[in-house]
Design a binder for this molecule. Structure first.
Ligand code: FA5
Ligand code: MG
Length: 420
């Protein structure tokens, strides 16, 4: 039917369909994970920490919240297996994400074609669920983003979004208070009890009933989202630093309208939280890649419904490799020619390329040096790639092979924006 596919070395494909040439930037390893059955997804896998966490959060919304607020239980509908392939309309347009917003760029989002993406957030389901008539719901799922590489970022992670509408359109300030109260209560519920749990078999409810031994500090930070007003992020103090765990706000009237809800009749709040981020703090998991580990030393540590502290097995040594390259900057940084034409270099392109070759063996990619040539004004950046396996020692030979493949692929695939 006139669809042709060209495979490049990192697996990116150019799709030609209906006279439209669209660059699909989804590598096969990512697509395979997106297409896995919903039972295989980590947030649905029994005994997996992300699954336990999801259920604990759901139980807070089912039981604690109504009781805490003295209003009796609220019914939150739960969606845990909505497929991750969504339209740009659902993911961006209906959420008022401007056409020029950075999150829409192919450097940040995985496109299957010009109007289909791997969801970049579970918020992509909110307007459709509102149209279906739901007034209080939780949506959990795998989300996909091209992003930097370090211990806190991974191209696939899991989010839970929550939405609650109130009849009679109470004022924004009231809705905001309810939202903050709800999420602060959740943080207390989660972090009040995580330190004093042992391996005994107790359900989440029993765990939650225990008073806090040593509460984890949390704080609110002002934020911006196109789909909410009065937006905030919640941060948790962990390992000497503030870690952002969720974003939230009062739903914009136009988002309600897109969901066939009349803002004169109803107002409401929405939030989106990162399950891995919370799980790292709760279960003491030091590296986000560990959630994907098939190593029994990881998996066997966790039991359904229990929050236990991860016992790290030996940490294997890292291998560092530096790569320097001339890069093309976006126009406007200076007027001089850099010898390239085409789009600008973006760090996420390098991260993706390395991930495509090294898989989970890459732990971190950081800029270590940078300079502008005084005469030619060309821009050079040096990146340090840290390779480390969470479960074994790497050999020099293996890493040298990967690194030379990385260099080859930079030449093959990024030649319009970078030069070794
Ligand atoms: C959002 O995705 C918004 N949709 C959240 C939202 C929903 C706001 C509804 C208002 C109303 P953000 O990009 O900040 O926002 O991501 C939300 C959370 O996901 C973050 O706070 C963080 O906990 C987690 N997160 C974001 N990027 C990553 C990543 N690369 N790896 C792991 N977790 C991540
Ligand atoms: Mg954020």
């Amino acid at each position: 039917d006139g669809v042709s596919t060209l495979r490049t070395c990192s697996g990116a494909r150019t799709l030609r369909a209906q006279n439209l040439v669209v660059q699909s930037n989804v590598p096969p390893n990512i697509l395979e994970k997106a297409r896995a059955s919903s039972a295989e997804k980590l947030h649905n896998r029994l005994h997996h920490p992300l699954c336990t966490l999801r259920k604990i959060i759901e139980s807070y919304f089912d039981r604690e919240l109504g009781v805490k607020q003295g209003r009796g239980p609220v019914q939150f509908a739960k969606f845990n297996d909505l497929p991750p392939i969504v339209s740009t309309r659902a993911c961006f347009d209906e959420l008022l994400v401007a056409p020029s917003h950075p999150s829409r760029r192919p450097t940040d989002t995985y496109y299957l074609d010009a109007s289909t993406v791997l969801r970049a957030h579970t918020t992509a389901h909110d307007t459709e669920l509102l149209r279906q008539g739901y007034r209080a719901f939780l949506v959990s799922g795998d989300v996909y983003r091209r992003d930097s590489i370090d211990k806190k970022h991974y191209p696939i992670f899991h989010q839970m979004d929550g939405v609650r509408l109130f009849d009679g359109a109470p004022p924004e300030a009231w809705v905001l208070d309810d939202l903050k109260d709800t999420l602060y209560g959740l943080a207390q519920y989660l972090f009040g009890h995580h330190r004093n749990t042992s391996g005994e078999s107790r359900g989440a409810q029993a765990l939650a009933a225990e008073p806090s031994a040593e509460p984890v500090p949390v704080r609110w930070v002002d934020a911006e989202f196109p789909f909410t007003r009065c937006s905030l992020e919640l941060e948790v103090f962990w390992q000497g630093d503030w870690l952002e765990v969720l974003g939230c706000g009062v739903i914009q009237p136009d988002v309600l309208r897109a969901g066939n809800v009349d803002p004169a009749q109803c107002t409401g709040w929405a939030f989106g939280l990162g399950l891995e981020r919370l799980a790292m703090v709760l279960f003491g998991v030091p590296d986000i890649r560990l959630f994907w580990s098939a190593d029994p030393r990881f998996i066997r540590q966790f039991r359904d419904g229990e929050i236990t502290q991860f016992q790290s097995y030996s940490k294997f040594p890292p291998v560092y490799k530096d790569v320097s390259m001339w890069v093309k900057d976006s126009p406007g940084t200076d007027g001089t020619s850099d010898g390239f034409d085409g789009r600008a270099f973006h760090e996420n392109d390098l991260c993706e390329l390395v991930r495509g070759i090294a898989g989970d063996l890459v732990e971190d990619i950081s800029r270590v040096d940078e300079f502008i040539h005084p005469k030619t004004k060309r821009h050079s950046i040096c990146y340090r790639i840290t390779y480390r396996s969470p479960d074994r020692s790497l050999t020099d030979e293996e890493i040298n092979r990967i690194q030379s493949r990385v260099r080859e692929c930079i030449q093959d695939e990024l030649h319009d924006v970078a030069e070794l």
